[in-house]
Write a protein that binds this ligand. Structure first.
Ligand code: ATP
Ligand code: MG
Length: 254
């Protein structure tokens, strides 16, 4: 019996070739990085690419107001309004707790933002309603910041729902600027994949880089590559790599 691995394209220019075609379907991928490294933009770009290619999606908003998210996405030309109206896209509002005028217009609202069970219920409903194939949670760190001991169990519950319903998910994980890890042992091992985004100062200039740390079910590129955020979103340079020469980091042709 032959088994063909189905893959989901990230749609981020340059990245899918580093993944030998894309993320294996149903994988739950941790997207880890410090502040301002591009995690939110990455997640939104992944969802919007899906929408443009007929794959419905759900974005779970824990860090920003849904109204602000729509506005920020529109800056990159990613207008999700029409997809929401068509029933292909949903934002789960786990930010406002239903407070404020704007929140009253949201369709998927988590009333107690600290209640993971309620969040899972609302998320399941949204996934079923739109028939989501892609899900982004921005960020999962918010779910267990004050209770690291339950991080793994929250992660496993999320995996069961996300993978179980057939979605391929990106879970944004916040780490501090100096932290080498990806969000704690409980979540790092439970995740099917880890993509790490970094921002480093090289010769007085900030350079963005990305590395695929793990991806269950596939071969993947093992080198650190530079990327940029442009007015159309993230662009990864697969033919450029970051090398350490002595105590300096340099960008060279691969
Ligand atoms: N239109 C744009 N063009 C180029 N770069 C942009 C644009 N908009 C934002 N950026 C860059 O992207 C950064 C923000 O990226 P993003 O919001 O994805 O970070 P993040 O990793 O989610 O950070 P945090 O963990 O703080 O939420 C900004 O600091 C800026 O450097
Ligand atoms: Mg963010």
């Amino acid at each position: 019996m032959s088994f063909k691995l189905e893959r989901v394209k990230t749609g981020i220019p340059g990245l899918d070739e580093l993944l030998y075609g894309g993320i294996p379907k149903r994988n739950v991928v941790l997207l880890s990085g410090g502040p301002g490294t591009g995690k939110t933009i990455f997640g939104q770009q992944y969802l919007y690419y899906g929408l443009q290619h007929g794959e419905p999606g759900v974005l779970v908003a824990l860090e920003e107001h849904p109204v602000q998210i729509r506005r920020h996405m529109a800056v990159f030309g990613w207008d999700v309004r029409k997809y929401e109206e068509e029933g292909m896209f949903a934002i789960v509002d786990a930010f406002t707790g239903g407070i404020g005028e704007a929140a009253k217009r949201e369709r998927y609202v988590v009333r107690s933002v600290d209640d993971v069970m309620e969040l899972l219920d609302v998320l399941k409903q949204a996934i079923r309603d739109v028939g989501a194939q892609r899900v982004v949670i921005d960020s999962v760190s918010t779910l267990y910041l004050t209770k690291p001991s339950v991080a793994r169990s929250i992660m496993m519950q999320l995996k069961r729902v996300l993978s179980g319903l057939g979605t391929t998910a990106i879970l944004v994980s916040q780490v501090s600027v100096t932290e080498r890890g990806f969000g704690g042992p409980g979540v790092e091992h439970a995740a099917d994949g880890i993509i790490r985004l970094d921002l480093d100062e090289v010769g007085g200039e900030l350079v963005r880089t990305l590395i695929i740390w793990k991806m269950r079910g596939t071969k993947h590129d093992m080198r650190r590559h530079p990327f940029e955020i442009t007015d159309k979103g993230i662009v990864v340079y697969p033919n450029k790599v970051v090398r350490i020469r002595g105590d300096r980091i340099q960008i060279e042709e691969a």
